[in-house]
Design a protein around this ligand. Structure first.
Ligand SMILES: Nc1ncnc2c1ncn2[C@@H]1O[C@H](COP(=O)(O)OP(=O)(O)O)[C@@H](O)[C@H]1O
Ligand SMILES: [Mg+2]
Length: 269
């Protein structure tokens, strides 16, 4: 656990509400994410998890609230600007350039953030080459960390689903984000792939110290690796605390688990 009183949180999501007509997709949600923290948001399908990510990344504009990154207000900014400020995400359904290779997908991730390339190349070839080498080296480091060496040759659209999810994680990481948003990173994965993903998230945290928000409807991954958890249902907060506190919270047991006790560990697939 980190002590939130000693530094500015990376993310301050304050009293946010978002409606679509009569539907309150987000209803008064508050949380902060501290540097180095792995923060999780859990809730059943339709609870509002992806909507929170869409607000954080500027895709949805809430009717109420405030969303800050390192103390700077994000509301009203366009998604590409927010991405360049350091909000990177993976999607519930993989979104990669299917015809491109692993390396090209990761290089594109860097391009979004660092906008290197043509102009520099015209102005000063030497500098552009050094930049290219620098970005290649960064991409290779991520390929090593995520153990993707075997998947270089084919267009990513032809690779197994679990590998595509891992490449998408690599692309987000290639942006050197201030905050990494992971939308159901193990959805559709088998147990082995899920355990691999947990291991990769922990190595990302150790190697890059990237703060992360992990959205999941399945509690077991979250219980193993999150520092703190926010549980939501119908857009509204139910409980916020350590995984153990949230798991045993009566409102969570009742609303999220349909009145049944949560499994203590990986039995929830
Ligand atoms: N663009 C949209 N237009 C209308 N309703 C939406 C839109 N996006 C999300 N919703 C609704 O908001 C609620 C929360 O959705 P979502 O954030 O995707 O939930 P989760 O990711 O937790 O499954 C759902 O009822 C969903 O149908
Ligand atoms: Mg979702």
């Amino acid at each position: 656990m980190t002590d939130s009183s000693t530094h500015t949180p990376v993310v301050e999501f304050s009293d946010v509400s978002l409606s679509f007509g009569n539907l309150k997709a987000i209803n008064g949600v508050d949380f902060t994410v501290n540097p180095d923290e792995l923060f999780a948001i859990i809730g059943p399908n339709g609870a509002g998890k992806t909507s929170i990510f869409n607000v954080l990344s500027g895709v949805y504009r809430p009717q109420q609230g405030s969303v800050k990154l390192n103390g700077h207000q994000l509301l009203g900014m366009r998604p590409h600007k927010i991405a360049r400020l350091g909000v990177a995400r993976t999607f519930q359904n993989v979104e990669l350039f299917a015809n491109l290779t692993l390396v090209d997908n990761l290089m594109l991730g860097r391009h979004v953030k660092f906008r290197y390339g043509t102009l520099a190349a015209i102005a000063w070839v030497g500098r552009a080459r050094r930049q290219e080498e620098f970005h290649r080296a960064a991409v290779e480091e991520i390929i090593d960390l995520l153990e993707l060496q075997a998947w270089r040759k084919l267009p990513v659209g032809l690779l197994p689903y679990g590998i595509q999810k891992r490449i998408e994680l690599g692309r987000a990481l290639a942006m050197e984000p201030e905050i990494l948003l992971l939308d159901e990173p193990v959805a559709g994965m088998n147990l082995e792939e899920t355990e691999d993903t947990a291991r990769f998230l922990l190595s990302i945290r150790q190697e890059f110290k990237t703060p992360m928000i992990l959205v999941e409807h399945d509690m077991s991954l979250v219980m193993d690796i999150a520092d703190r958890v926010l549980a939501i249902d119908f857009g509204a907060p139910l409980a916020l605390g350590t995984p153990a506190e949230v798991q045993s919270h009566p409102a969570v047991v009742e609303a999220y688990l349909g009145g049944q006790a949560a499994p203590a560990d990986g039995g929830g697939h």
